[in-house]
Design a protein around this ligand. Structure first.
Ligand SMILES: [Zn+2]
Length: 186
């Protein structure tokens, strides 16, 4: 995205209002659909974006979209707190209630800014065929931005186990990006 578009009004800028008034809009069908349909949309987007822009760019786009989703989700779903347990409890409840996944925190070292967390029955990947690579790029972005919203620090999040690599849960390692390791990244 070069500077070319910066001055023109955007057509698709996200806002929470875009999710719409579902009660009014779907009085008979209501607020749920099936997981296959969510996946159908996600994996067809992935296919077409990859054909147009290549796999690397596709991953970058999915990560960035997950990040935007995490930021907005945090704003609209999580009550302000400075307590890690409170934050994790709220998040666990929201992810479960919304049918996104079952979150567990395996390890935390907040002084070092390191966490390992797992999401079971993940909306994006649980039950997928084994492809040998982690697929939950969107979740990586989503989680990194939830952690950033809570701590005020940027996080690098990498999926290390996934249903699609033969594991039965998705496992993510998260590390706060300090000034020191930020240089490594550049
Ligand atoms: Zn996964």
């Amino acid at each position: 995205m070069g500077g070319f578009f910066l001055n023109s009004k955007r057509k698709y800028e996200f806002s929470w209002e875009l999710l719409g008034d579902i009660e009014a809009g779907r009085p008979n069908l209501g607020n749920t659909t099936r997981v296959e349909i969510y996946r159908l949309m996600q994996f067809t987007f992935r296919d077409i974006i990859e054909q147009n822009l290549g796999s690397r760019k596709t991953d970058e786009i999915f990560f960035a979209a997950g990040k935007l989703a995490g930021k907005e989700f945090y704003k609209h779903t999580i009550r302000h707190t400075e307590d890690l347990n409170d934050f994790v409890n709220q998040l666990q409840e929201a992810l479960k209630d919304l049918g996104i996944g079952i979150l567990r925190i395996e390890k935390t070292d907040m002084e070092k800014g390191e966490l390992t967390l797992t999401v079971s029955e993940d909306l994006d990947c649980s039950g997928l065929p084994e492809t040998g690579y982690e697929i939950c790029t969107y979740d990586e972005g989503f989680i990194s931005s939830l952690l950033e919203s809570f701590t005020g620090k940027a996080f690098e999040v990498k999926e290390i186990d996934c249903w699609s690599t033969g594991d039965r849960t998705c496992r993510f390692s998260a590390k706060a990006i300090t000034e020191m390791n930020q240089e490594e990244q550049i």
